[in-house]
Design a protein around this ligand. Structure first.
Ligand code: 5CA
Length: 445
């Protein structure tokens, strides 16, 4: 993309009402624009990152054997009456009536709808196990929408639902989700710690929240510091292998790690004092197993192998897709702007032309641009007739992890400058070498 032809409204001023850094930087980097309280338009740069995050979520869900689909945002109140949640959900639910005065709502989640779908088609245990998911906008009329995309009213969520014959199978689905989430967040450059949590209005006995540690997090958390040494890395997992998933779950959940809702001082005090931490965290996902409650209320039964009619065991599993942008920025920024992890960066590399209009500099930038494009990488080329200082400040704000600076002086010596946004370190290299270096960095992702 050439910046002169893009739509990237970078702001110089810090927006007055943005309280936390991710919100400020998303506004300043021209990623989002507030439409009304807790509702945002995704401008091109923000939309690009949102899509990258979605893509990682899709890949990791499907790696675990889960099936993508799409349900609508608007739902009928009837299903929610069957589950008993129409009244229970309270003022957070946005209720709408259509021209025929039919009661509708903007879905805050989809347990009812997916259970109704499965109840309509699945009649035999042979169709199980089954996990369906979608990535769809949700609406919750939060009392205090704040911190930009972190606590929105309209927000994008991955919500997945497992349907199993037995509790044991459903707990395997629970474990499978926990394991696949570990890898999902790591690919985004995040450490998200599974913590024992409270099930809230979704209900159920088993639930973990995934928290990214950050001072601006809304949740208070308590954990054993050993947990932050754990890495999932690129281990190969057979997601059908119950023992393997169980072992990973145990590895990542056996140490103390809880939100304030489940925190028990006495149990925490058994952790050696030097390892006890209390901190704040951003909840980027939550998984639940809740048994047969929804299946019974919405009629999701199958015949088991003996011919008996039994309700399905279910769980639901959410990832805060739009919130993740805020969480990633909270975890990765400096005073100049965002620092995108390579896995989610909107463009792979920035090209800064120090002397627009200089035939040699323009030519070198164009060659770099085609070299990257030919390799399937996306460069953002700042080809505007702007002062170098402005170009650098913009690049730093939008946070591309790698920048190549091209100027007549370097070109005389046959070199361009490759700079890491994270470390600020620069290296002079021939242009082909710089391309090779950047390509290698992204090759493994
Ligand atoms: N049905 C279940 C799982 S699919 C569910 O709704 N879970 S949830 O309530 O925990 O939401 C899943 C994730 O969505 C949360 O972990 C959080 O990351 C994100 N989320 C929830 N509320 C908001 C909000 N108001 N703004 C942005 N993200 C949110």
């Amino acid at each position: 993309m050439r910046l002169s032809r893009y739509f990237l409204p970078v702001l110089k001023e810090t927006p007055a009402d943005a309280q936390i850094v991710s919100h400020r930087y998303m506004l300043r980097a021209g990623m989002i624009r507030q439409a009304s309280a807790g509702i945002y338009s995704w401008l091109p740069l923000g939309f690009k990152v949102l899509r990258k995050i979605e893509q990682i979520v899709h890949e990791e869900q499907q790696r675990a054997g889960h099936i993508p689909m799409l349900m609508p945002t608007l739902q009928s109140a009837d299903l929610w009456r069957q589950s008993g949640r129409y009244d229970a959900y309270g003022p957070e639910m946005l209720r709408i009536s259509d021209r025929h005065d039919r009661e509708m709502l903007y879905g805050p989640t989809n347990e009812e709808m997916i259970t109704d779908i499965v109840a309509s088609y699945v009649t035999s245990y042979k169709a199980l196990p089954l996990t369906l998911y979608h990535i769809q906008w949700k609406f919750r009329d939060e009392v205090r929408p704040r911190f930009g995309v972190m606590r929105g009213r309209e927000f994008l969520m991955k919500d997945g639902y497992n349907f199993d014959l037995t509790k044991e199978d459903a707990l395997h689905a629970y474990n499978r989700h926990l394991v696949s989430y570990l890898r999902t967040y790591e690919r985004m450059g995040l450490q998200a710690i599974p913590m024992r949590a409270d099930s809230g209005p979704i209900g159920g006995d088993y639930t973990h929240e995934f928290l990214v540690l950050a001072e601006t997090g809304e949740s208070e958390v308590f954990y054993d510091s050993e947990i932050t040494d754990l890495k999932f890395g690129d281990r190969e997992i057979d997601f059908d292998d119950k023992a393997q998933c169980q072992a990973v779950l145990e590895e990542f959940t056996s140490r103390y790690a809880r939100t304030d809702e489940t925190h028990e001082e006495a149990v925490f005090n058994e952790v050696p004092e030097a390892r006890r931490r209390s901190a704040r965290g951003i909840e980027v996902g939550q998984i639940f197993y809740f048994g047969t409650e929804y299946s019974e209320k919405l009629g999701a039964y199958v015949q088991d192998s003996a011919g008996a009619k039994v309700p399905l065991h279910m769980g639901s599993h959410g990832i805060g897709v739009s919130r993740l942008l805020g969480a990633i920025i909270e975890a990765s920024h400096d005073d100049k702007g965002i620092i995108w992890p390579e896995g989610v960066t909107p463009f792979h590399v920035g090209i800064v032309n120090l002397k627009q209009g200089d035939a040699e500099a323009d030519g070198a930038c164009e060659s770099l641009y085609s070299a990257f494009t030919d390799l399937g990488l996306e460069p953002l080329y700042d080809d505007r007739d702007e002062r170098a200082g402005n170009k650098f400040a913009n690049m730093d704000m939008i946070g591309l992890p790698w920048r190549i600076t091209v100027g007549p002086r370097g070109l005389k010596n046959g070199v361009v400058e490759l700079t890491s946004r994270r470390t600020g370190e620069s290296e002079e290299l021939p242009p082909e070498e710089a391309v090779k270096r950047v390509a290698e960095i992204y090759a493994g992702l």
